[in-house]
Design a protein around this ligand. Sequence first.
Ligand code: NDP
Length: 339
Amino acid sequence: NRQVRLARRPRGAPVPDDFRIVDGPVPVPNDGELLLRNLYLSLDPYMRGRMNDSHGSYASPYALPFALDAPPGGGTVARVMRSRLDSFAEGDLVVTPDAGWQTFAISDGTGLRRLPNDMAQPSQALGVLGMTGFTAWWGLTAIGRPQAGETLVVSAAAGAVGSVVGQIGRLLGCRVIGIAGGTDKCRQVVEELGFDACLDYRVPDLAGRLREAAPDGIDIYFENVGGAVREAVWPLLNNDARVPVCGLVSGYNGVTEEAGGIHALLMSLIVKRIRLQGFMNADHLDSFPDFERQMRGWLDAGQLRALETIVDGLDQAATAFVGLFEGHNTGKLVVRLSE
Ligand code: NDP
């Protein structure tokens, strides 16, 4: 059993030396347990927070620290290799919440979701048809409440969540402006995903370019990034704007770019009647079947494209994870461990 273990807690941006590879025996399931073989591992920005040794001011499972010298948890698509649990059979394909950065895992079945055994692209169960797709769908529809003709801005637009947010926004009739790092990503977002525009935040004067791209102001800002990007967006929010606060990835390495005062930000909520609401996908799983139905419909009809970056081999997990904070991925970042 090959594992990528957390060797030490990253300081600032993660580096490959924060991890090490360890080979050991394949674990043996007890009564009431399954042996799983991980096929695909999801790598997600929230994992960075869990690599710290405390949850700071917000204690929640989202931030519960990963143990040192153990493989970090993480969602996977896995095959049941041995079953000593009545509810699963050998050969079943499942999504796990936390089987993590390793080839094999033991599970007591908690939190497993069954997939069709012959699913054509199982990795999509971690992305567009899984947690990141669901996050995009729920945050945009339940908090963003888009109306046709409105202007939607989404940050980290070429990423797993952002790429789906923007496409759903288009399907619901919004004018969609993405913000992403680099001209290639921006071109892809416009040409392949059909966004109306995409701005590279690394080029100077994001605020000015955004003002030109959104002459009628911004009705919905889907927040994935925070920091300097949010500061450029904020003054352009219209009255009654909605801001689903999904993530603040620019601050996950402990370096925040927040400059604008919190007082001014909160004051603008009042003056413009802005609705700012944070959310956690895990609280809304009741809606998962509705999401799945609608998302499958869009995918099958060719109305929505699933962007993925698939990296081969568990040995590449650490480098790929580091790349999440340098923008190396487009769409959902997944590690393929085995077919
Ligand atoms: P992505 O696929 O979007 O990958 C992260 C991307 O963030 C990178 O590719 C990079 O793109 C961008 N990025 C990284 N660092 C910075 C920075 N300093 N400034 C600006 N952009 C940066 O990840 P996800 O789609 O999985 O996650 C997007 C956000 O959604 C995250 O904040 C995450 O925590 C949040 N999230 C929240 C959930 C919830 O339930 N609330 C659930 C799932 C995700 P670029 O090249 O454009 O810089």
